[in-house]
Ligand binder design. Structure first.
Ligand SMILES: NC(=O)c1ccc[n+]([C@@H]2O[C@H](COP(=O)([O-])OP(=O)(O)OC[C@H]3O[C@@H](n4cnc5c(N)ncnc54)[C@H](O)[C@@H]3O)[C@@H](O)[C@H]2O)c1
Ligand SMILES: [Zn+2]
Ligand SMILES: [Zn+2]
Length: 341
């Protein structure tokens, strides 16, 4: 079957790979929708590891339920893409995101387990979740990034009436803004360097205000709107400029949640965190509970995720989709891939 594999810096190739068959009770799934994630863009930019088949956000139909007796052929499912060991202290405390094994055999994030940029995938049985009947395959492909945002917002510990700034209006930032409002924030702003995305935050109704992060006087505007800075800043970019800006835009004693992933060491003025006694909180992935809650919120219509989808493309259009998403100017935030197109 055809699969999109990472070839080199900013280049994919279409490869033929073998169709998976169920072993160790694994569930075999025919992919219906796969999402392109901001983390995937980092792999695209570096071209490493070569041969990686991306696609850790997906939904699909069960072809072989493996050891999952509660599933049948044809069921619509999604899955946590991670591979926690299940028996270490982290796993036993319900925090698989701390487990040392979590990324070692992750779907679409490791060389050992191809992701959903292909027709058929094999997934660990304990990670597969059945989709409620009223939820579509498109919506299910958005559960993973929504759960990332939910985890960050939980860790931000937002109190009713607080002012929250989200730095970066990619899918993680926009979802974080949406959820911050649901947590009771009275004012939610998004800052962006890409005006198309900034305006999109307003159009989608997830932010009360958009700050143009390329403007040097953004800090003055923030201080005019908030007196001494935001109560909480959620950083969703992972570069030095954005992390520095998050330290500067939060009020003394406030909280900064770092969701953005810097792929190497970056230089930031930690003295701001010291002088202002900031709480700097990292956030990675999600718990299984948060993943399940995200599905429940989509099913109960508490969360509307479809408006975030800009486009659905074929495997042959993946190269172009990645170029758009890394252009810094394209308005698209979320592009899904349908391998059957
Ligand atoms: N912690 C986790 O578990 C987790 C999970 C998924 C993604 N991520 C990371 O979160 C980040 C966001 O993911 P995404 O999918 O939304 O990515 P994305 O690349 O689509 O969005 C990032 C946005 O930040 C904007 N930006 C860059 N520098 C900025 C600055 N200085 N000020 C304001 N805006 C700026 C860009 O224009 C872009 O729109 C990425 O680093 C990704 O790797 C983390
Ligand atoms: Zn993702
Ligand atoms: Zn473990």
């Amino acid at each position: 079957m055809r699969a999109v594999a990472l070839k080199e810096k900013r280049k994919f190739e279409i490869k033929e790979i073998e169709e998976p068959i169920s072993k160790n009770g694994e569930v075999i799934i025919d992919v219906v929708m796969a999402g392109i994630c901001g983390s995937d863009l980092h792999y695209f930019e570096t071209g490493e590891p070569k041969g990686l088949i991306l696609g850790h956000e997906f939904s699909g139909h069960v072809v072989d339920p493996g050891s999952r007796e509660d599933l049948k052929v044809g069921d619509l499912v999604t899955a946590l893409p991670i591979s926690p060991c299940g028996h270490c202290e982290a796993c036993e405390s319900g925090n698989p995101q701390y487990c040392k094994e979590t990324w070692s055999d992750a779907v679409g994030l490791s060389l050992t387990r191809p992701g959903a940029l292909t027709k058929r995938i094999s997934v660990r049985p304990d990670m597969v979740l059945k989709v409620p009947e009223n939820v579509s395959a498109k919506e299910m492909a958005l559960v993973e990034p929504t759960a990332v945002a939910l985890h960050g917002v939980h860790l931000a510990n937002i109190k009713l009436g607080e002012k929250v700034l989200v730095i970066g209006g990619g899918i993680i930032g926009l979802m974080s803004a949406m959820l911050a409002k649901k947590e009771g924030a009275s004012f939610v702003a998004v800052s962006e360097t890409n005006p198309g995305r900034g305006k999109k935050a307003l159009a989608l109704g997830v932010a009360d205000k958009y700050y143009d992060a390329t403007k040097e006087d953004m800090i003055q505007e923030v201080m005019a709107d908030t007196k001494s800075g935001f109560d909480v800043v959620i950083e969703c970019c992972g570069n030095a400029g954005a992390v520095t800006s998050s330290l500067m835009m939060v009020k003394p004693g406030g909280t900064v949640v770092l969701v953005g992933v810097a792929t190497g060491p970056i230089s930031i003025p930690t003295v701001i965190a010291v002088m202002n006694e900031l709480t700097v909180q990292g956030a990675i992935a999600y718990t299984k509970d948060e993943f399940e809650k995200t599905i429940a919120m989509i099913s109960s219509k508490q969360l509307e995720v479809l408006p975030f989808v800009d486009d659905v493309v074929s495997l042959d259009q993946v190269q172009d989709a990645y170029e758009r998403l890394t252009s810094g100017t394209d308005q698209a935030v979320k592009i899904l891939v349908d391998p059957n197109l």
